[in-house]
Design a protein around this ligand. Structure first.
Ligand code: NDP
Length: 297
């Protein structure tokens, strides 16, 4: 199954590496061309690197994109070097961007008129999950189209769930990310309070992680990244701010009162402004620590 992968960022790169390691014929493209060239070189040239999106997809049956936002996928569709200039009829574009449903539906419509299928297929499980091939893929689109691309998705995924029509994968991903953002902030606020109360945060987490307040933030992110002060940069806070913004927009569009989501979206917007585009999402804990005048360690 001839495959193209566009967008070799923090998560895209290990996903593409899984496809290459499975032996599927692969071509890659990246905006910063050096990164695609380096990726190709690491495979001894077995993975081709293309200089334009059109060239990357010219013989691909399955095209995977993984960019920060849906608008970046949309911007690559047109023009002589764009995706549509290269895509063959019958191909499928699987967009693993954590995108927004409305733009995904617009992209799907445009591609349909060129005989190209589309699935929105955001992933969860982080960079380590991509490296291990254990990502969860939440898909929006047609079941038959999904079945046609499963061999490629299986190289990096443990769980693939068809969530509904086009845009459903994006919606589920956005809400998942809202949970992450809310849990992370709540855990940071609670632990900052406990430290000021004189409680050892590790002991507090031992209790909470055996109790009903636990979350991925309390069980994994805070013990591994905050208590250790490691704060590795694996998933940019700017991307989580984008995600919870999508979730807040969906709540508003559906007239669901969502003050917790909206407030958290605002706090992440403030944090993005304070911490910048390169900060990791867990670094928002440093802001809570700063506001509280305490270190969670
Ligand atoms: P990164 O910021 O690390 O990488 C983004 C990629 O998109 C890079 O290849 C970058 O190219 C490219 N890019 C950025 N802007 C443009 C543009 N205007 N035109 C063309 N290419 C562009 O992001 P991640 O890999 O972390 O995330 C990608 C997607 O996956 C996001 O939607 C994110 O929310 C989602 N995601 C990320 C996870 C993670 O743990 N990192 C986990 C799950 C989902 P260049 O190299 O030139 O900068």
């Amino acid at each position: 199954m001839k495959t193209a992968f566009l967008g070799l960022g923090a998560i895209g790169r290990p996903m593409a590496a899984r496809i290459a390691a499975a032996g599927l014929p692969l071509t890659v493209w990246n905006r910063t061309a050096d990164r695609a060239a380096a990726f190709s070189a690491e495979t001894g040239g077995r993975v081709r690197h293309a200089s334009t999106p059109a060239d990357a997809v010219r013989d691909a049956e399955v095209v995977i994109t993984c960019f920060p936002e849906s608008k970046h996928v949309q911007a690559l569709l047109d023009g002589p070097d764009g995706l549509i200039a290269g895509l063959i009829r019958g191909a499928t574009l699987v967009d693993c961007t954590s995108g927004d449903p409305a733009t995904s539906r617009a992209i799907a419509k445009t591609l349909e008129s060129h005989g190209v299928g589309f699935l929105d297929a955001p992933v969860s499980g982080g960079v380590s999950g991509a490296e291990k091939g254990t990502l969860t893929v939440m898909v929006g689109g047609d079941a038959t189209v999904l079945d046609g691309v499963r061999p490629v998705l299986d190289t990096f995924a443990k769980l693939i769930v068809l969530c509904g029509g086009i845009g459903a994968g994006d919606s589920v991903k956005a809400v998942n990310q809202a949970f992450l953002a809310i849990h992370l902030l709540a855990a940071a606020e609670g632990l900052a309070t406990l430290v000021k109360e004189g409680v050892n945060p590790k002991l507090a987490l031992d209790v909470i992680n055996a109790s009903s307040g636990r979350s991925n933030s309390s069980m994994n992110l805070i013990p591994e990244r905050v208590l250790t002060r490691a704060f590795p940069r694996t998933f940019r806070l700017a991307l989580l701010e984008k995600d919870i913004g999508i979730a807040a927009g969906l709540a508003r569009d559906n007239r669901v009162p969502a003050p917790v989501t909206l407030l958290t979206a605002d706090l992440f917007r403030v944090a993005r402004g304070e911490l910048g585009e390169l900060a990791d999402h867990v670094e928002i804990v440093k802001l809570v620590e700063q506001w509280a005048g305490v270190v969670i360690a």
